[in-house]
Design a protein around this ligand. Structure first.
Ligand SMILES: C[S@@+](CC[C@H](N)C(=O)[O-])C[C@H]1O[C@@H](n2cnc3c(N)ncnc32)[C@H](O)[C@@H]1O
Ligand SMILES: Nc1nc2[nH]cc(C(=O)O)c2c(=O)[nH]1
Ligand code: SF4
Ligand SMILES: [Mg+2]
Length: 274
C-alpha cells in the first residue's frame, strides 16, 4: 500500500528532531506514525531471509546514508499519518506471523513502542530494522541492527544524485557525528535477540567493523558471537549487487562472519513495496 506522495521536509515532530524529517504538516493522530509504505513480502535480509512478513516502513531518519535504498524516508521523507488502529487493520489483512518495522529509522518515533506492544499482544513476531543509534524499551523479538560505517557518510563525492547540495553538506557533518552510539548499541544487544548487519562495499570497510566489534564486546554484558555478525553487500539494484556481492561473500568467509543476501533485490530489483 503506497500511502502518500506528499513530501514533508520540515515539520515539527514530537520526539524526533524536526530536521529528521519526521514532523507533521496537518493532523498527527495521538498514537499515529508517519508511514511511507506498508506491504507484504518475503524478508529479504538477515537470519530470517525468506520468511513471509508484513513490512511497516516509517518515514524520517536521524542519519543520511548516501546509498540509502529508502530515499523517500530519509533524504526526501514522504508519508501519510496512520493511526495505530489503521496500521493494525492493514497488517491483519495479510496472512503473516511476522512483522518487520523499518524506515527510515523507526526508533526515532516513540509511537513505535505502542505499535510493537500491540503487535506483541496479538502474537506477532516482530523484527525492528534499526541503525542502532537509539535504544527503546519495547517488545522486539529480533533487533536487526545495521550500524553505519564511515563509507556510508554523504561526502560531496558520494551524495545521492537528487539531493540538494547544501543539504548534503550539512548532513555529512551530522551523519558522521551521530552514526555510532556505543551506549545505544550495547543497550540493544543486551536487551534483545539481535543480529549486527553491516553494509559492506569492499575490504576497506573491514578494519572499522573489527574495531567496532572489539569496542562493543568490551562494553556489552552479553557475548557477541561471530555468528551474530552479518555482512550484506551494498546495492539497491541487481546491477550494483552484481558488482559487490562476490567480494563481500569472500570477506565473510575470510573473517568467519555470516553473509546475507538481499533476496528482495534478486527477486524484484528496486521495485517499491518489495
Ligand atoms: C532503509 S534501512 C531502514 C532501517 C534503519 N534506518 C537502518 O539503516 O538500519 C533498512 C536496511 O537497508 C540497509 N540498506 C540501505 N541502503 C542499502 C544499500 N544501498 N545497500 C545495502 N543495504 C542497504 C540498511 O543498512 C538497513 O539494514
Ligand atoms: N523484502 C524486503 N526485506 C527487507 N528486509 C529489510 C528491509 C528494510 O528495508 O528494512 C527490507 C525490504 O525493504 N524488503
Ligand atoms: S540509517 Fe537507514 S534509513 Fe537512514 S539513511 Fe541510512 S539506510 Fe537510510
Ligand atoms: Mg529495504
Amino acid at each position: 500500500m503506497p500511502v502518500s506522495d506528499s513530501v514533508d521536509r520540515d515539520g515539527e515532530g514530537e520526539g524526533a528532531d524536526a530536521r529528521d524529517g519526521a514532523g507533521t504538516r496537518g493532523e498527527r493522530p495521538d498514537d499515529g506514525l508517519p508511514i511511507n509504505e506498508l506491504f507484504y513480502s518475503l524478508q529479504g535480509e538477515g537470519t530470517l531471509a525468506g520468511v513471509p512478513s508484513v513490512f511497516v516502513r516509517t518515514s524520517g531518519c536521524n542519519l543520511r546514508c548516501w546509498f540509502c535504498d529508502s530515499y523517500h524516508t530519509s533524504w526526501e521523507p514522504t508519508h501519510a499519518y496512520m493511526s495505530l488502529e489503521e496500521i493494525l487493520a492493514e497488517i491483519e489483512r495479510h496472512d503473516a506471523d511476522h512483522v518487520v518495522l523499518t524506515g527510515g529509522e523507526p526508533l526515532i518515533h516513540e509511537e513505535s513502542v505502542a505499535l510493537l506492544e500491540a503487535l506483541d499482544d496479538r502474537g506477532y513476531h516482530t523484527t525492528v530494522e534499526t541503525n542502532g543509534t537509539i535504544d527503546r524499551d519495547a517488545p522486539i523479538d529480533l533487533a536487526s541492527i545495521s550500524p553505519k560505517l564511515e563509507s556510508s557518510t554523504p561526502t560531496p563525492e558520494r551524495a545521492p544524485d537528487d539531493a540538494d547540495e547544501a543539504d548534503a553538506e550539512q548532513w555529512a557533518e551530522r551523519h558522521e557525528r551521530d552514526r555510532i552510539d556505543l551506549e545505544a548499541l550495547a543497550g540493544l544487544v543486551e536487551d534483545y535477540d539481535f543480529q549486527l548487519k553491516f553494509v559492506v562495499t569492499d575490504g576497506d570497510d573491514m578494519p572499522e567493523i573489527l574495531d567496532l566489534l572489539a569496542e562493543l564486546r568490551d562494553v556489552a554484558d552479553v557475548p557477541i558471537r561471530d555468528d551474530d555478525v552479518l555482512l550484506m553487500p551494498e546495492g539497491a539494484t541487481r546491477e550494483r549487487l552484481a558488482e559487490t556481492r562476490t567480494r563481500v561473500a569472500d570477506l565473510a568467509m575470510e573473517h568467519g562472519f555470516r553473509y546475507t543476501p538481499r533476496l528482495h533485490v534478486d527477486l524484484w530489483n528496486d521495485a517499491p513495496e518489495t
